[in-house]
Design a protein around this ligand. Structure first.
Ligand code: NDP
Length: 330
């Protein structure tokens, strides 16, 4: 089915960035259509307490925060499709198409907000102990591990940054990495190595997160990558910081991407290389990756789309299609 209507804006992705863009676009009378995904809510849907989102001094549960974002977008007339986008046909300044299965939706602007997923180790206990000791975000969850011994797994800048942040709360922090060499920049490595309560343990591969009697993380079973020896690292918290995978697969080859797969935008705007196509949130941002920064970029995306629509009059073809659509609606 092809929807006759040509939308002002289709937002693809239902989480911090996408819903914020929807609030702004809806309040600008653009009647946005959000293709929010079957499992909308993004990374916050898998988070427990969020303590660093301004406006909630007592904290708020991640899923509840997402419900509120969505409700706020709905209040101003946003329409939602609770399913996954499956195909894109993006143009440079023309009408863009987004498919959900066999259904085609068309729009003058598209805001890409498909986010990023933390990479997982794929070992036993990792998913089961999420929220009970195993986390993928040090900056989000570090403060819950005050006075505990913790591990950060990974050897890139994210692992270093998480370690430095979490070490402010933890008693002892062990950076576990599978090689002796690190991918992290020297400056970040040095900063971590100079921190008194951070130790480095290499080359070790985590094999299992093991719960104690209380059901929370008790230790990580780790294997020495050279000798094969197995040991237990007793920790109350473990942060998996081995990178993220941006959700850019379906738009690769259409919009320009960085080498690491994140969508390129003309900073500080959210414009991609295609006129009328904007990108926001964790799909673009491999540095900050916070709910509040994603929401902020959602605002920029909606304003960029609004200004584009204001400054780019419809083509004759679009005018004819709109007139036909209006006639059919009578
Ligand atoms: P990276 O890809 O740079 O590093 C991932 C790390 O995780 C590597 O050390 C890798 O090991 C390890 N790893 C990957 N898969 C596994 C696995 N299955 N088991 C065990 N270890 C694994 O990701 P980052 O998120 O750290 O950084 C991504 C980008 O963001 C980089 O360009 C980085 O510079 C940037 N960044 C910049 C920051 C800043 O400037 N403040 C902060 C955070 C990120 P191995 O090396 O063996 O492959």
């Amino acid at each position: 089915m092809t929807d006759k209507r040509i939308e002002n804006v289709i937002i693809v992705g239902g989480a911090c960035a996408g819903y914020t863009a929807a609030v702004y676009a809806a309040r600008a009378d653009l009647e946005p259509l959000v293709i929010e995904g079957f499992q909308w809510g993004g990374q916050l849907q898998n988070t427990t307490e969020v303590e660093n989102y301004p406006g909630f001094p007592e904290g708020i549960m991640g899923p509840e925060l997402m419900n509120r974002f969505r409700a706020q977008a709905e209040r101003f007339g946003t329409r939602f499709i609770t399913d996954d986008a499956t195909r894109f046909e993006l143009t440079d300044g023309g009408i863009h198409s987004v498919w959900v299965g066999d259904d085609e939706y068309r729009a003058r602007t598209v805001i890409l907000a498909m986010g990023a997923q933390p990479k997982r180790l794929g070992i036993p206990g990792e998913m089961e102990l999420g929220g009970r000791g195993v986390s993928t975000c040090g900056v989000c969850d570090g403060a819950f591990f005050k006075g505990r011994d913790v591990a950060v797994i990974g050897g890139g800048d994210t692992a270093m940054e998480d370690s430095i942040f979490v070490s402010k709360y933890a008693d002892r922090l062990t950076v576990l990495h599978r090689r002796d060499d690190f991918r992290a920049s020297m400056v970040m490595q040095d900063r971590a190595r100079e921190t008194a309560n951070i130790d480095f343990k290499t080359p070790f591969v985590p094999e299992e997160f093991v719960a104690g009697d209380d059901g929370a993380l008790d230790h990580v079973r780790i294997r020495n990558a050279e000798s094969g020896d197995v040991e237990e690292l007793k920790v109350g918290g473990a942060f998996v910081a081995i990178g993220h995978i941006p959700g850019s697969e379906l738009v690769a080859g259409q919009v320009d991407l960085h080498d690491n797969g994140y969508v390129k935008v003309e900073e500080p705007s959210t414009r991609t290389n295609l006129a009328g196509v904007f990108a926001i949130g964790d799909l673009v941002d491999f540095t900050y990756r916070q709910a509040i920064t994603a929401a902020g970029s959602g605002t920029r995306g909606a304003l960029d789309a609004e200004w584009y629509l204001r400054d780019t009059p419809p083509t004759d073809e679009e005018r004819i299609e709109a007139a036909e659509e209006a006639a059919e609606a009578v």
